[in-house]
Write a protein that binds this ligand. Sequence first.
Ligand code: ATP
Ligand code: MG
Length: 390
Amino acid sequence: MKEIILIKNGELALKGLNRSSFEDILIKNMKKRIRDLGEFTFTKSQSTIMVDPVDDDIDLDDAVDRISKVFGIAALSRACVCEKDFDSIKKTAQSYLKEQLEDAKTFKVEAKRSDKKFPMKSPEISRELGGYLLSKFKNLKVDVHNPDIIVTVEVRDKYAFVRGNNIKGAGGMPTGTSGRAGILISGGIDSPVAAYMMAKRGIELCAIHFASPPYTSELAEMKVMELLKRVAEYSGVITTYVVKFTEIQEAIRDFCPEEYFTVIMRRVMMMIAERLAKFQNCSALITGESVGQVASQTMYALACTDCAVDMPVFRPCIGMDKEEIIAVSRKINTFETSIQPYEDCCTVFTPKHPKTRPHIDDVLAAEAQIKNLDIMIETAVSNAKKVIIK
Ligand code: ATP
Ligand code: MG
């Protein structure tokens, strides 16, 4: 039995003239994602892309799982290819969908006939196949409104396809159709979610992580890499910089008033991230901040952070409650890793009472107290360690 994967485009079907190039990017992204599983051919036809495994021994379960995380896909399904005669179609439906049909209580058949030379019209195929399946599966009843399983038959140029229910796709836009941005990634819950949300809109990611050894451990860094790997299952490859931040944090501690520690630290992080992001042709930065989540994430503090850089800063979690952010992190499977208890550099030297309404003039004055900040930033940028996450 020959099986293929059928892909239904999501939002990109709406993109009119750009549609074809968007589809090409989507195909390129899918190819990259399943390349190591074996050889596949990709064929575009109407609003469907057919993914056809060339060898018999390809792990289609794995391919479907990976493709279900590629952005730009509304729905996908596995389909069985069969000869274009009704006898093959009904036998195929009976054997290929056996388990699903045995488990279901209700079903309906939908037929699509793009080859108008096929002797039966669509309603006739539906009716005849429905009757046949009812005679073979005594557990089944027809329900045209809300069936447990929809058996779809598509009669195309060369073959017919038989398939069961669709699998929901990852939605969004194909990665790479909206430019590149740099995510400031911590080991927390929010920033992996922020990364996922922007990648979903078609943005290609690079990542910047700040580590402060010996205050932060090797394990904390490994945790961040693990989080990025999970995000990369959706976003594709993430070029990541790990920046050593210890000297800068110690200098902030030594030279600045405690109540400004966090806002200045965040500003310096932004400055370094902006430079590294530019190396990667990024046009924006992304953070996992959310208004009011902690004392350092007030609107006033965020405004002081923003003006440290020229790039726009995207904060997709900005209006979300923690519970809502956690729901996404569970969905993308980062939650369990995020809650592992390792120190982040943000929790080193945390002020007891951060200024919730910092004024930019005061922040700049405090920041100016740090000796050789420019040189330290330069050093941190040039010593950043580059890691490719895929
Ligand atoms: P959580 O709030 O769940 O601990 P978080 O990732 O939001 O996780 P915060 O301390 O709230 O952590 O930091 C706010 C934002 O600052 C993060 O979302 C992230 O974008 C950035 N950030 C914090 N720490 C780091 C770090 N060590 N490296 C890079 N970016 C960081
Ligand atoms: Mg947070």
